[in-house]
Ligand binder design. Structure first.
Ligand code: ADP
Ligand code: MG
Length: 680
């Protein structure tokens, strides 16, 4: 099939330059690409249903004869309606077409037809609106492709049919025989033919299983190669001396065993070998990742390297800046904060100081990757809350140094399989221990009938000098039923909380205003911080003890866990109150997971199981190549492909053997599309 990737789509009938441009839009350049462009779903016209047996609420194909057709009627707005009564011998159904008056001719003489749509039951009557229609001889299962303007799925289907006819009789299968056998997978030949044109519904499952397996396997192999192919270089910034103990002496607390271990692992990476450090620090919320980063910066700076620390939001960047500066400045380490809202004149000074090497550590947001930033001797790059940054952004910062050491801190605990996959080119340190004295955050699920009582609970703690967060989702989005943060804060002033000092934080505010609200909250000048999810990650105010979350059902579990992680950071007992009026079993079960456990890894597992990693990470922010079939929704499949990938690589790390040539080809293809990272 490899050669078909060199055959342009214009080799197919009815595809000229213009059409080809539309195919380009879908990412299809060659006939091979088209064969790898899989249907989004299918319409099964192969076994027409009786009206009464049709699937509830789902589109399906119904076979009927036309009993009576009304003449097309004009209605408001220039629309035409064509209504007819059809019958399957038992039941009658009203079928309505919009703006297709010409269909009248087709049905005027009656006859048998297939109608594909959703059958709605209305008392004793059935109806179907705007169905697709076809003659009875159109049996079979038809693919529905993701389409684009000017290129309807029908045309893609025709082109795919032609492309299938161009397949060689015996197609090479990239997956070696014994792996196919071991995991009970069909051949590529079968999979490609049947993913486009299944003969029976089971074909789709077989084909999908095989193609997802292949996709995940190729992804794992590619990530493993990225890791293996990491450049060795003679220009590594080596740490001459380890200053960890000196740094620990500066801390107001004793580091946990896990923190010590993680720091030691980083120092080890930076002190020896001929490749720079490339390490992911994973830990549950509150496990103290910042102190680990600070320790590593400290040793790096005292060894004469410059460090850059990038955080996803201004709030976090300034928070890190405050806490790191406090710790490090007394040892003469020179720090600066660089974000979008820093004054131009101040920025200029920072740029200059970075270039001459007068600054040791710069902390900031994306502003760090702006063109004007140049370093004298960038030796260490740290990114916090990594999955918010794309691979490209991380790379842009790294490119400002010569093979700097890299440390990535992940906000969300991720199961190991997935961590290896997503951050496959990084080594892993896990902070699996919380600082001592942390208490479990007691978590409750209530409905709005109990809201007033819960406010009373907040009030009591505020009177004791503690602080609270109230999270209400969204502001400025058009979801009318949800109160915006502003209205919400206003309303609080009419409740038992009216005497409290209420601050407001939302995504539409200027970074500077956000910062000043956060600073006030940090300083204890605000009792209740009403906020949208901008506080989701990283914010650290140990005196805050209650996290109150409205519309909790709207959040993913990992997000809820992050939110809850904002409290329980000091020594005082903390609480998380989730408000939801959603009564569905699924939702309640999901939210109850939060009440049952405080363990971020278990919550992440559950979240992944429920949502699949695609949603888990938000839209394509993980920087992985885009998957087409697998969608990474299947953890079991991930595990299996990981095992298979390990086996293949043990035997043939560079995929040089003849039987792995196909996999090598597919790996190149997948990663060529992803851009950013290049496989060698
Ligand atoms: P996260 O891992 O969520 O980023 P932080 O680095 O923000 O966690 O740390 C959470 C809080 O715990 C901070 O207030 C920090 O000062 C404190 N902390 C970190 N390590 C320890 C420790 N070993 N003992 C006590 N408190 C600690
Ligand atoms: Mg953090």
């Amino acid at each position: 099939m490899a050669s078909l990737f060199k055959t342009p789509v214009t080799a197919l009938d009815k595809i000229g330059k213009k059409k080809a441009a539309l195919y380009e839009k879908l990412g299809i350049h060659s006939v091979g690409d088209l064969l790898r462009y899989y249907p989004r779903t299918y319409e099964d016209w192969s076994q027409p249903y009786k009206i009464a047996d049709s699937l509830e609420g789902m589109p399906c194909c119904v076979g009927c004869y036309v009993e009576r057709v009304h003449s097309p009627a004009r209605i408001r707005g220039g629309m035409t309606l064509l209504k007819m009564i059809v019958c399957d011998g038992m039941d009658h159904m009203t079928v309505t077409f919009f703006n297709q008056p010409y269909l009248y001719e087709r049905f005027a003489d009656g006859g048998d037809f297939l109608f594909y749509g959703i059958v709605k039951r209305n008392g004793r009557f059935y109806e179907m609106n705007a169905p697709s229609v076809s003659d009875v001889d159109k049996a079979g299962i038809h693919p529905i492709y993701p389409q684009t303007a000017g290129l309807p799925t029908k045309q893609i289907e025709e082109a795919a049919a032609q492309a299938i006819r161009m397949l060689p009789e015996r197609m090479n299968d990239p997956i070696p025989m014994e792996i196919l056998a071991q995991y009970d997978l069909c051949s590529l030949d079968f999979a490609i033919r049947r993913i486009h044109f299944p003969e029976k519904p089971e074909d789709i499952e077989l084909a999908r299983k095989r193609l997802s397996f292949e996709e995940l396997l190729v992804l794992q192999l590619g990530m493993a190669k990225l890791k293996g192919g990491r450049q060795t270089t003679s220009s590594v910034h080596l740490l001459g001396e380890d200053f960890t103990q000196a740094f620990f002496a500066l801390l107001p607390f004793e580091p946990t065993g896990a923190q010590k271990r993680a720091v030691a692992e980083c120092i080890h990476d930076m002190s020896c070998g001929n490749a720079p450090m490339n390490r992911l620090i994973q830990g549950d919320v509150g496990s103290g990742k910042t102190a680990v980063a600070a320790a590593v910066c400290y040793s790096a700076a005292r060894n004469g390297m410059q460090c850059a620390f990038m955080a996803p939001t201004e709030i976090l960047a300034s928070q890190h800046y405050r806490s790191l500066t406090e710790l490090l400045e007394k040892s003469g380490i020179r720090t600066a904060l660089l974000t979008g809202s820093v004054k131009p004149s101040e920025k200029k000074k920072i740029y200059a100081a970075l270039e001459t090497g007068e600054l040791d550590l710069v902390i900031g947001t994306h502003a760090l990757i702006s063109e004007q930033v140049t370093f004298h001797n960038l030796g260490l790059v740290i990114t916090d809350e990594q999955h918010r940054f794309g691979v490209a952004q991380r790379s842009a910062l790294i490119a400002k140094g010569t093979s700097p050491h890299i440390m990535v801190m992940s906000a969300t605990p991720i199961p190991r399989t997935l961590a290896l996959l997503i951050f496959g080119d990084l080594d892993l340190s896990v902070l699996d221990e919380l600082p001592p004295g942390r208490q479990k955050v007691d978590t409750f699920l209530i409905d709005s009938a109990k809201r007033e009582r819960a406010y009373g609970f907040l009030k009591k703690h505020i009177n004791d000098g503690q602080q609270c967060y109230i999270v209400c989702p969204l502001v400025g989005q058009s979801e009318m039923e949800l109160e915006s943060a502003e209205e919400y804060a206003e309303k609080l002033r009419t409740t038992v909380l009216r005497d409290c000092r209420i601050g407001l934080l939302h995504g539409k505010m200027k970074p500077k205003d956000k910062d000043s609200v956060m600073a006030d909250f940090s300083a204890g000048a605000i009792d209740i911080l009403v906020s949208t999810t901008v506080i989701e990650v990283g914010v650290d105010v140990p005196n805050a003890t209650i996290m109150f979350i409205e519309n909790a059902e709207r959040f993913g579990l990992s997000q809820l866990h992050q939110l809850r992680g904002r409290v329980g950071r000091g020594s005082q007992k903390s609480y998380c109150i989730m408000v939801s009026d959603n009564q569905s079993d699924v939702t309640r079960q999901r939210l109850m997971v939060m009440c049952r456990t405080n363990d971020g890894f278990r919550i992440a597992d559950e979240d992944l199981r429920l949502r699949g990693p695609g949603d888990f990470f938000g839209s394509r922010q993980h920087g992985l190549p885009e998957l087409k079939v697998a969608g990474m929704s299947d953890m079991e499949m991930l595990d299996r492909t990981q095992a298979a990938a390990e086996r293949i690589l043990r035997d043939d790390p560079m995929l040089m053997k003849k039987e792995h040539r196909g996999l090598q080809f597919e790996t190149q293809r997948l990663f060529a599309k992803a851009g950013g990272e290049q496989l060698q």
